[in-house]
Design a protein around this ligand. Sequence first.
Ligand code: GDP
Length: 295
Amino acid sequence: MFENLSDRLERSFKILKGEGKITEINVAETLKDVRRALLDADVNYKVAKTFTDTVKKKALGMNVLTAVKPGQMMVKIVHDELADLMGGESVGLKLEGRPAIILMSGLQGSGKTTFSGKLANMLKTKQHKNPLLVACDVYRPAAIEQLKVVAAQIGVPVYSEDNNKDVVEIANNAIKEAKTKGNDVVIIDTAGRLAVDEEMMNEIETLKNSVNPDETLFVVDSMTGQDAVNTAKEFNDRLDFDGVVLTKLDGDTRGGAAISIRTVVTKPIKFVGTGEKMEAIDVFHPSRMADRILG
Ligand code: GDP
C-alpha cells in the first residue's frame, strides 16, 4: 500500500548503507518496493515500470549512493517524479466566453451533480462569479430535483425545462437566459449511464459541438481503479475533454487513479472532490498528491 512508502524507502536505504554494499542491484531491489506500492494502488503495470526505471536512472545519476542521507534523497526523487507524472503544475480553468460554458461529463454516480454545485459555489464565493446551473440530465426527474437541492444550498439559480428532452435546446436556451440575466458562467450537468453507451456518447458529443464549451470536464470516481482509466479513455476519445475531476478522494486511500488517468489520457486533473459537502472541493496539486501517495 501507499502508506508510509517514504518511511519504507528511507528504511531500506539506511539498511543498505549500513551494510556498506549499496549497488545498482540494491537500488533496483528498493525500487521494487515503489513498484509494488504503485501496483497496489491500481497503477497500470507499464506506467509503474517506466516510472521506476526513470527513478532508478535519476538516482544513480545523482549519486544518491554516496549521499549523506540517501534515503531522504531517494524520497525526494520519487516525490518529484510522481508529481511530474501527474502533470507537475496545477492547471486552472480557462473561462473566456461571455458567458463561459463548462460542460460536465461522466458516468452516472461519478459525482457530476455534486461537483457542478461545488464548482458553482467555488466560482461564486472565491472568484465572485455569477454562475447558472443547467439541468441536462433529462432522463431522471430525480436528477433535476437533486441539482435544484444543491443549487438552493449554495444560492445559485438553476435553468431547467420540465417537459423537454432535447438537451441541445435546453442548453442553448439556458445560455440565452444567462446572457439576459447576466450570468457569466454556465455549468451544464449532463446525464450519465452506468456504463459507457453509444446513445449517451452521441448525446453529449452533439451537445458539446452545439454549445462549444470553454471547458469540458470529465468527472470520475477515484475509487473505481482501472475502470476509471478505461472510462476516461473512452470519454476522451469521443469528447477530447479539457480536464479531469477526481471525486471521492476522501474514500480513496490509494490515489493510483490520478497517476494512471493522467498518463493514459494526458489531460490535466483539475479538481478533486473530497466529500459530499459543497465545500469539499480542491484544486488538484500534483505535488500534494505525491505527498499523499508517499504517506
Ligand atoms: P452523478 O450521477 O454523476 O450526478 O453523481 P452525484 O453527484 O449524484 O453523486 C453520486 C453520489 O456520490 C452522491 O451520493 C454524492 O453525495 C456522492 N459524492 C459525490 N462526490 C463525492 C465526494 O467527493 N466524496 C464522497 N464521499 N461522496 C461524493
